[in-house]
Write a new protein. Structure first.
Length: 416
């Protein structure tokens, strides 16, 4: 397979690749051309996209670091192609919507990767200072240490692997404190002999798979917006008439302090390639982006799904008006953080939750979820109880389909 069937905006030579491998690898896959639609970020060995709901959906991609091999079949079979660092806004039609597995080619031999230890941890609690007395080893979450006879006994600890959160009440309630790997001869103020539960923390930034629902592709004709380096539409400016996945290329990354949307609807994001926190800006004048908590934070911007064709610039409204974007998903009356549905497209029976559930049988929803809405937080959904099996991470948004996780979810928890 020749590399000519792909169009990469930038590449990096062997020297650069060697450097990135040492610091971990990352690739983001997009559902549509030009980095549109839903996204999935990978940081290591991923033999089957089916478990993430992203099988046969890749139409563009960005290799942030490392060297990646993508294959059309699971377990790295079928047609395989290697991508180096760069942007790939389109993929040849012979491979479009066909990828099913991916691996970073510098580490797959023994399945090593930047998240080889994701979901694994080890901690030992001691009932005397300086690692003395009786001890208790844990390699998984303990909702109630009383079951092991160790409630309110821990005075010192050793964290061998992972970052652990210790809490004063059962089920990770009360006062909590996190401990990264290390030796702690005492637990510090307020925690000695107060620990009733312990759990391994997982960060979305370390997760092997991070899925986030994107926006529909923008129309062929889009509007126009202008970014300014100073409040009040002053200073250096940058005119935008199409998607800009990385403002660093235009020397305008994290610079915009005000914004004038002449026409169309625009989506601005804090991270490159339309990742991270994103806000929608309708036509109008935004004299100070601090009001939207976006001052000098925009790294990528693109037309929204309702963008209109360019039109003569209107006169800026007087007085200046700054309208914050509406939330992506309305919060339900009971302020639930996550809502599961028994049918695709948010149909059938539903259950609303605002807490971790180690076994969905407790709420009569085991292996039933076919669609999901995330109102707040980042959630990990797993195919087995106690957060085991195949897991995928979901950010706030609406997921009408769950792919390989459809009617397979047995546990879930908030990780951010």
């Amino acid at each position: 397979m020749t590399t000519g069937i792909f169009r990469a905006a930038t590449t990096c030579g062997a020297l650069c690749l060697g450097a990135t491998l040492a610091h971990g690898a990352e690739i983001t896959l997009y559902e549509h051309d030009n980095f549109g639609g839903a996204q999935m970020t990978l940081r290591g060995y991923t033999p089957n996209f089916a478990s993430t709901g992203f099988n046969d959906r890749v139409s563009s991609l960005v290799v942030t670091s490392g060297r990646w091999e993508l294959c059309t079949d699971a377990e790295f079979k079928g047609t395989c192609v290697t991508f180096v660092q760069g942007e790939y806004p389109t993929i040849d039609k012979r491979l479009n919507d066909r990828f099913s597995s991916a691996r970073e080619t510098g580490s797959y031999g023994d399945r090593r990767g930047s998240y080889n230890d994701y979901g694994r941890g080890e901690i030992e609690l001691f009932d005397q200072p300086g690692f003395g007395g009786r001890s208790l080893r844990l390699d998984g979450d303990a909702e109630a240490l009383a079951r092991s006879g160790f409630a309110d006994r821990a005075v010192s600890l050793v964290v061998t692997r992972g970052t652990w959160e210790l809490c004063s009440e059962v089920e990770f309630g009360g006062s909590c404190r996190a401990y990264p790997p290390g030796r702690y001869p005492d637990l510090g103020y307020g925690m000695a002999r107060q620990v009733s539960s312990a759990r391994l923390l997982r960060s979305a930034s370390d997760a092997p798979v991070v899925v986030s629902e994107g926006h529909p592709p923008a129309p062929a004709q889009v509007g126009r917006a202008v970014l300014f380096s100073e409040p009040g539409l002053r200073g250096t400016s940058l005119a935008i008439a199409g998607a800009v996945p990385n403002l660093e290329r235009a020397n305008f990354n994290d610079i915009a302090a005000s914004l004038y949307v002449e026409s169309g609807t625009w989506i601005a994001c804090r991270d490159a390639y339309f990742r991270g926190d994103c806000r929608v800006f309708a036509p109008g004048r935004y004299d100070d982006l601090r009001a939207a908590n976006f001052d000098q934070m925009i790294s990528s911007i693109r037309p929204g799904p309702d963008a209109a064709p360019p039109s003569p610039p209107p006169q800026p409204p007087q007085p200046p008006v700054l309208m914050p974007p509406p939330p992506a998903v309305p919060v339900p009356p009971n302020a639930a953080s996550i809502e599961l549905f028994s049918e695709p497209g948010f149909g059938g029976e539903r259950v609303r939750l605002d807490r971790n559930v180690g076994n969905l049988e407790r709420v009569d929803f085991n292996d039933r979820a076919a669609s999901v809405r995330i109102f707040s937080g980042v959630w990990e959904l797993c195919t087995e109880a106690r957060f085991a099996g195949n897991c995928a991470v979901y950010r706030p948004g609406r997921y009408a389909r769950m792919g390989g996780l459809t009617r397979q979810v047995s546990s879930l928890r908030r990780i951010q």
